[in-house]
Design a protein around this ligand. Sequence first.
Ligand SMILES: [Mg+2]
Length: 366
Amino acid sequence: MIIENIETFLVRIPFDTGAAKRELGGRTWQTLDYVFIRIDTDTGISGWGDAFAYGAAQATKAALDHMITPALIGADISDIDAIHTQLQRDNHLFGRYGVTMFAISGIDIALWDIAGKAAGLPLHQMLGGKVRDGLPAYASLFRYGDPEQVAAVTKKAVDEGYTHIKLHETGIAEVESCRRTGGDDMAIMLDVNCAWDFDGALDMASQLADFDLYWFEEPVFPPEDFKALAKLKDQGGIPIAAGENACTAFEFNQMFDAGAVTYAQPSVTKVGGISQFQKILASAKSAGVKVMPHSPYFGPGFVATLHLAAAMEDESLIEYFYLQPEAFPMGKWSQPEGDVFKVPDGPGLGCDPDPDVMRDYAVSGN
Ligand SMILES: [Mg+2]
């Protein structure tokens, strides 16, 4: 099968959190920005991918358009592993992590979608077979910085049936508010997005001891300080989760060798797509680490995460970004029923992005 054409699309979808928007990278976070990729082959089969974007959407798209896709036109894609390895080799001088790997991730997901469509098999079948139908979700809340708003959104999530809630807060008052509202049986995860150094994180861990956290996510900066994470895991008394800022199985192996985490959080749109995610699953298994995918997005990468989770030996929680986008590019597949997701059974990803959403939310002139 030969690649005839590759197109990249910038899609920007406004969202509502029920509160003021927060800062992200020095700017107010107003929209969900995506870079979607469509690869067309000479067989008439097209596949869709999704490269991590957020505030780096234009940069990720430029990496795809100028660094990655030109060399792929005319390529034979019957061996995804060979293509993937070549992409990593050809582009390593532009950075092994960040937008280069985001772009390669998007291509890899599209190649797996094509492979599934060509074989007439859903992706979960290509990955070893579906172990489960219903995939339990957790509500991954926006950062509010306000105990009252945390209580209101926690109540909404609990009323919808969620038993696991993740906060993106750095204050004790917000955690306390969530626990008081959700009750003692609710699982609370706390993600602080690398807020502190080791000493600061250890101090916070002791202040958080009474809240019985399910996990403490990315407590230290820089995120690749695996020694600090390992020390915190040993001394802080709370299970540690991390991995959304790691790329490639190679970096995850370093994380596992250091004993840094209880829960590994690979993001399929960042780590190098499905190919690398699978390698990470194998390494995590031999290291005795549970995998909890990072997936606060709504595009083809989210659906790829559902397939990966459906085929995983151990049950994993699906991260559902608990906000209200104006539109869902993958339709019903990126929305749970209660707190449970279903995985598509059609070939490949089992669904393509909604052309109406692609048209209505396209960034003009991109
Ligand atoms: Mg996180």
